[in-house]
Structures are given as structure tokens and as C-alpha cells.
Design a binder for this molecule. Structure first.
Ligand SMILES: C[S@@+](CC[C@H](N)C(=O)[O-])C[C@H]1O[C@@H](n2cnc3c(N)ncnc32)[C@H](O)[C@@H]1O
Length: 295
């Protein structure tokens, strides 16, 4: 059986452009011109698995092959960066735990029909292996504000099936714990072999689902959300796709809802749909109460 090796299959300029545009259109991820070699090495294994002789053949397989949907799903696992860990970027998490949760609770209890509004819905968009979604559930749990007949749900969504499989197992190892104190580890995890599993009380608050940020149908049934975390995901997207995702988030959030992005990510050049709110050590975007439509 023929297996293309690292040495003999080139990715031409033309093939690079075709694949880059397809990936961008389907997933929002944008490969810059200087990432051609990186794209080639990430996809070379797929050519070998499918017994294809060239990247042009692979492009045609992705566009027209009968198994193209499955292959797009498989391919995207090779393109994403899944780096994540518990309690990542703690200043933001502090703002979430100390200001945002309290403000949501007060607003809901003060509004008419407070009893019916005892729900808290949080989305971790691009949750990777689940550390962020579980961290948010731990923070809500430790805030001790949302129990006694509050219905709390943290939804983790990612396009990468393999990452989601790990999130569902909820067993983690050393690398995921780099920002965790021994007390937090003790409180929320049970030792399991060389790793530790998230305790059931936290797991029960988290739901994981497969979805693609650039396909609005991925979010069916989730609105209205109180908080969206989408950190270290849009950094790989083009501006046009960031705008598309920002509009989707805007539609999903309840008026007054909050959006957290990664510390290297900003909507300032993209859209003014959200109001930036500055806290010490963190910036949060808020959907205005009387939300305007448009970019
Ligand atoms: C670097 S991880 C970020 C994990 C976590 N949010 C954090 O900050 O620690 C980026 C994740 O975004 C996911 N991702 C990339 N493009 C996506 C898309 N179009 N739809 C859904 N998830 C996507 C990747 O699969 C990956 O798991």
C-alpha cells in the first residue's frame, strides 16, 4: 500500500489556497501564508490514512467525496490547538465569580416573575477537553449563590470530537492542574490512577455537545444564555468570522448577558454590538439591556 511520507508530498501554493479557503469557510479558522508548512504537516497523515497521492486529491475528497462530512470532522481535530487547563486566567475568573454571578442573581431576583427565572445558563464555546466548563461549574458551586431551587447548567461546546470525548470522561492529569491549588484539587476531584476525576456534583452541572461556532444551528435550544466564555478560540479566526460569531453570541445572550474572551482577543475593531466593561485585571463584554441590531 502506498503511504505518502513526509518527504515526497508537496503542498503547492494553489493547493494551500484551496484548502485554506475551505477550512476558513467551514470552521472559521484562518491559516496565514506563513503557515503553509504547518498546514501540510498537520494534514499529511490524513492523506496517508486515505491512500491519497496529493493534496489536490485530498481537497477533492473534502469537497465532493461521499464521506466528506466525516472527513471534515476528522480533519478539524488535526487543525485545532486544544491547549487548556483548570482555572486559566484567574483575574477573569475572579471577575466572573465576584461581580458577574452576583449581578446576574440580583437582576433575576429583582425582576418580575423572579421564581420562574431561577435559571443560570453558561456556555463554554470552544471548551476543548472540558477544563474551562468544569472550572466555571466549580466557581458557581463555590460561590454558594445558585442553589436551593436554582437550575444551573454549564454547556461545553467544541468542534473536536476527540477533545469532547476526553471532556466527557472528565479524568485529568498533571498538565491540566498547573493553576490549581492543592485545596481546589482536594475539593473538586477524586484521585483516579495517575490522574484525578471531577466529582459528580460538578459533572452534573456540565453538559457537553458537539458544535461548530460558525454554524448557528449548533446552538439550537441554548438561548437565552447569561454568560458565554469563548477564550483562546477566536484568535485563530479571520475578522469576518469573528464578526459572524459575535453576532451569533449576541443573539444567544439574554439582554445584559456577559461575554468573556481570551486576554489576547478583542472585539474593538470588529463590532460595537457589546459594551466593554473594565474591571481590575479583566475586560468583559456586555450585551446592552436594550440591544441594538446590526454590526
Ligand atoms: C485553545 S482551545 C481553548 C480552550 C478553552 N476555551 C481555554 O481557553 O482554555 C481552542 C478550542 O477551540 C475549538 N474550536 C476551534 N474552532 C472551532 C469551531 N469552529 N467551533 C467550535 N470549536 C472550535 C478547538 O477545537 C479547541 O478545542
Amino acid at each position: 500500500m502506498y503511504h505518502p511520507s513526509d518527504h515526497d508530498v508537496e503542498l503547492s501554493e494553489e493547493e494551500f489556497r484551496l484548502l485554506r479557503d475551505l477550512i476558513h469557510e467551514r470552521f472559521g479558522l484562518y491559516f496565514e501564508g506563513n503557515q503553509q508548512a504547518s498546514l501540510r504537516s498537520r494534514l499529511l497523515g490524513r492523506l496517508a490514512s486515505l491512500d491519497l497521492m496529493s493534496f489536490e486529491d485530498y481537497y477533492h475528497y473534502l469537497r465532493f467525496g461521499p464521506q466528506r462530512a466525516e472527513e471534515l470532522d476528522r480533519m478539524v481535530s488535526h487543525l485545532t490547538n486544544n491547549e487548556t487547563y483548570f482555572y486559566r486566567e484567574s483575574p477573569q475568573l475572579q471577575v466572573f465569580a465576584e461581580h458577574v454571578l452576583r449581578s446576574i442573581k440580583e437582576t433575576k431576583l429583582a425582576s418580575a416573575g423572579g421564581e420562574r427565572k431561577r435559571t443560570l445558563r453558561i456556555l463554554s464555546a470552544g471548551c476543548s477537553t472540558g477544563e474551562e466548563a468544569h472550572t466555571l461549574a466549580m466557581l458557581v458551586y463555590d460561590s454558594a449563590q445558585f442553589f436551593w431551587n436554582w437550575d444551573v447548567q454549564v454547556v461545553g461546546l467544541d468542534v473536536d470530537h476527540q477533545a469532547l470525548e476526553k471532556a466527557r470522561r472528565a479524568v485529568y492529569f498533571h498538565n491540566s492542574f498547573r493553576s490549581l491549588s492543592p485545596a481546589q484539587l482536594e475539593r473538586h476531584f477524586t484521585r483516579q490512577g495517575a490522574g484525578a476525576s471531577v466529582k459528580d456534583a460538578i459533572r452534573r452541572m456540565v453538559t457537553l455537545r458537539h458544535g461548530n461556532l460558525v454554524e448557528p444551528a449548533s446552538f439550537d435550544g441554548l438561548a437565552p444564555l447569561d454568560v458565554i466564555f469563548c477564550r483562546n478560540v477566536l484568535i485563530y479566526f479571520s475578522d469576518a468570522m469573528i464578526l459572524k460569531v459575535a453576532r451569533t453570541f449576541h443573539a444567544l445572550l439574554a439582554p445584559g448577558g456577559y461575554l468573556f474572551l481570551g486576554h489576547a482577543e478583542s472585539l474593538s475593531r470588529i463590532t460595537d454590538l457589546f459594551t466593554p466593561v473594565r474591571f481590575q485585571g479583566a475586560m468583559v463584554y456586555q450585551k446592552p439591556l436594550a440591544a441594538a441590531e446590526g454590526p
